[in-house]
Design a binder for this molecule. Sequence first.
Ligand code: ATP
Length: 379
Amino acid sequence: MARVSLQHIAKTFPGGHAAVRDVSLEIADGEFLVLVGPSGCGKSTTLRLVAGLEEATTGMIMIGDRVVNEVHPKDRDIAMVFQNYALYPHMSVYKNMAFALKLRRVARAEIERRVMGTARMLGIEELLDRKPRALSGGQRQRVAVGRAIVREPKAFLFDEPLSNLDAKLRVTTRAELKALHQRLKTTTIYVTHDQEEAMTLGDRIAVMHKGQLQQVAPPLEVYRRPTNRFVASFVGTPPMNFIDGTITAEGDATLFVEKPGSVGGGGGPQARVRLTRAIADGLLPMAGRAIVMGVRPQHLREADAASGEDSTLGVQVGVVEPLGDSMDLHGATAAGNAIVARVPARVGLSGGQFVRLAVDVGQANFFAPGEEGKNLLLG
Ligand code: ATP
């Protein structure tokens, strides 16, 4: 096992496309780090740079205490699991798993010990004589993981290893991968475009966008205090609501006042959300300037109409999506801003109704204007 260190890594492909721009990242010994981001953000290229399948244009890559920029992929002591598993079709499962060890002239008895032990751990002992074409997608995935494990590498590199599995199998297999990591504690870098997979698997997640790291932090930190609006909208489902407005001081209170929009006609009264003391202290210097409030759908709830709660949004519901124990309300505020709320399911709530939604202000985030505006609560 080993730490992996990327220092100011950049990769520009011939033709000038900068796929990775100045990425610095320390992955601790035994850590499970997930690189996540939308298609084309540079996450696979970053992984391939660690594997040695691409050469860095600039920067330094270390595995353990060794700089590996000039080291051949097969000598980097890492094992990679690819999206398509890349199993050898003409070899049995046993031979697929044993192959890399054989190349390294590991003794036969030792190969057998490792392959059998790993097959037992992954529950694929019955499959050892089969060829890959006689396996299901989930079984192939296990063989690919097994092939990585037997090598006892310093680090595992996973490139979207679950994306060829159906939704249900993906969920069970990702729990198995997590349990496996807890058992083996091998340093792991895992690439996915699926934010839910990233959140559930990673000790930390590294969110990438346009070749750059946006935030590297434990999953809940990224969820609760995303560093900018890109991360805020990428992590969490349904995506965070963003409402333009301004901060206003009124007597003792500091308010966020919604700016009128045009969704659903608009024209109604603007929402006025009272900020908590901690948030107000951070935002008061922004008074009068344009600001964006970000509220997750989970942090809106139906207000008690009789209680006269402040910090509510009057919402005209357009569509209701029942999910079982909760339901998503898609609608618009009276002042014309689109809003999605995930609230406990309630019979009788349907499209066309008007509801009052209370904002859990302590959980809200506030951003500078623009698609990539910074989180103003993070200083
Ligand atoms: P995906 O999830 O779609 O695989 P990704 O985030 O893993 O996306 P990369 O595969 O790292 O993205 O690609 C990053 C950018 O670099 C993309 O714009 C891609 O087109 C470009 N790119 C990748 N490989 C090459 C290559 N060999 N030559 C030129 N451009 C490349």
